[in-house]
Design a binder for this molecule. Structure first.
Ligand SMILES: [Zn+2]
Length: 261
């Protein structure tokens, strides 16, 4: 969330002062623009660094049909295309360059803990992982980061469905809990890398079909065993810690969603 109020207060204060004092105020270190992360430069193809990586996490949900955005800190054509889709989805000039208007939109969308506006860590760490992201195969920090990346894709999916609520009925699961609920032995839920979704405003098939455009390489929904009451989405292609092939796997036969789509 951008700290507009503070910025405005500083500007108003500066305008009320005589010249010398203005210089002093303006020269003071700038207040951090955002409680989570502030970008310091415009990013376009050819750039690399942690700021690119931070951008990639936030636009990974705009990967386009069947695609993914690699979160590798290198701004290539894949990232540029995702930035363009993000920009056009939010009514910005679509040029694939992440500058002020793009960052301002991201600041608007993100909370101070870096989660997107409509999803939260609490929602992704349900009763099946009430131990603060531990108890799975990865460290708590890595599990939590996977959950964050999942949430940014969910935010994109939600926006594409008309910004109507999506509910996460299962997020991270500890190994113990995954066994209790009968989850797959190498479930993406163990890695913080998956979410089970329901919606009141959209059919499960609408959710499953739309998920194909938002960076989810695993989708299971209506018609797939035990998936008639929710849609499961995950990022298995990007998971190098599991025992699952890094391939797209989609199955919601009642929705016309299959592996080759
Ligand atoms: Zn699931």
């Amino acid at each position: 969330m951008r700290m507009n109020t503070l910025t405005r207060a500083i500007v108003a204060f500066a305008l009320a002062l005589p010249g010398a004092a203005i210089a002093t105020v303006v020269a003071a270190p700038a207040a951090q623009a955002d409680g989570c992360y502030t970008w310091q430069r415009t990013l376009s193809q050819g750039r690399s660094g942690d700021d690119v990586r931070q951008l990639q996490i936030r636009v990974a949900g705009w990967a386009g049909a069947g695609g993914i955005v690699r979160v590798d800190g290198r701004f290539g054509p894949e990232t540029a295309a995702a930035v363009r889709r993000f920009q056009s989805a939010y009514g910005l000039r679509s040029d694939g360059v992440a500058g002020r208007q793009t960052f301002d939109k991201i600041y608007q969308l993100q909370d101070n803990d870096c989660t997107p506006a409509h999803f939260s860590y609490r929602e992704m760490d349900d009763n099946c992982g009430r131990s603060g992201w531990s108890g799975g195969p990865l460290s708590a920090d890595r599990t939590r980061e996977n959950a964050l990346r999942t949430m940014w894709k969910l935010e994109a999916l939600r926006h594409s469905l008309g910004d109507r609520p999506l509910y996460v009925t299962s997020g991270f699961r500890s190994s113990d809990c995954n066994r209790r609920v009968g989850g797959a032995s190498d479930s993406q839920h163990l890695y913080g890398n998956a979410a089970d979704l329901t919606s009141r405003d959209r059919s499960l098939c609408q959710v499953a079909r739309a998920a194909r455009n938002h960076g989810f390489s695993g989708i299971y929904g209506p018609g797939y065993p035990d998936h008639d009451s929710h849609v499961h989405v995950d990022s298995r292609r990007e998971n190098n810690d599991d025992r699952t092939a890094n391939r797209t796997s989609w199955s919601a036969p009642d929705c016309g969603v299959g592996a080759g789509d």
